[in-house]
Design a protein around this ligand. Sequence first.
Ligand code: IPD
Ligand code: CA
Ligand code: CA
Length: 283
Amino acid sequence: MSGASPRLSPALNVVVSAVRKAGRRLLRDFGEVEQLQVQSKAPGDFVSEADMRAERTLREDLSRARPGFAFLMEESGASGDKDWEWRWVVDPLDGTTNFLHGIPHWAISVGIEKRTGEGKSEVVAGVIYNPAADELFWAEKGMGAFLNDRRLRVSGRRDMTQALFATGIPFAAVPRKGEFVQTLARLMPQVSGIRRFGSAALDLAWLAAGRYDGFWELGLNKWDIAAGLVIVREAGGYASSPDGGDAYAEGNVVAANPHLHPRLREAVSEGIAAVAARRPEGA
Ligand code: IPD
Ligand code: CA
Ligand code: CA
């Protein structure tokens, strides 16, 4: 898709231009990755000049187009009116570890969140852009999900032995390693494959595109999943937390095609329960 598409709402058009521009700069940085300054936020968790620059240009472009919208951004946190009605939820570079290792699997993710009542909100649209592949995944609630100009639909696979799942493996800085190991042990013998490609946003986008049949990861942040969840749902997929709750609020995601969602949810819940059962009471 280039420029304005008749299907894009004005707010999505703003996002598409902003991510394309930030994506061009990220691609340039990716070509000279060894020259970037990199800082460690926590053990195994890095942020580079490229992440910061992308976040700055996205903020400038988005706020110029919609001055009243608030922000939730990975590197700078929440900003703008705290009684916001609309806000941008932005991961300027999802897959930083891949980026820094020269692996072309990373993306910009922007969700548009609307406050719907006291303490309640909903993500109504999202864009995930992979500049290296020039793949733009986008969706708007009630309008369907798209990859560039093509309508997306999750896979129709029903059989676990044919299923390909994606996940995020906990690394040094993040907890819940035991739950991951327990879930993996349950799923491995049942499925066709499990992938860890290193970008939660693209994992969700690829699920929407029918490339994966399901995805799970615990302990994600809103900027990792805002856009991806709406894209998955608009492509006909199901997304919840492991116990069937709100994946966006909890940051714990089980998403899959409708046939396999119950099976994946069961395996993740059992993995979590297995760890809880070993924990001393009150811990
Ligand atoms: C990370 C990626 C990764 C996921 C991590 C995220 P970042 O985001 O989405 O796939 O496993 O939990 O933090 O740090 O590259 O933006
Ligand atoms: Ca991220
Ligand atoms: Ca990031």
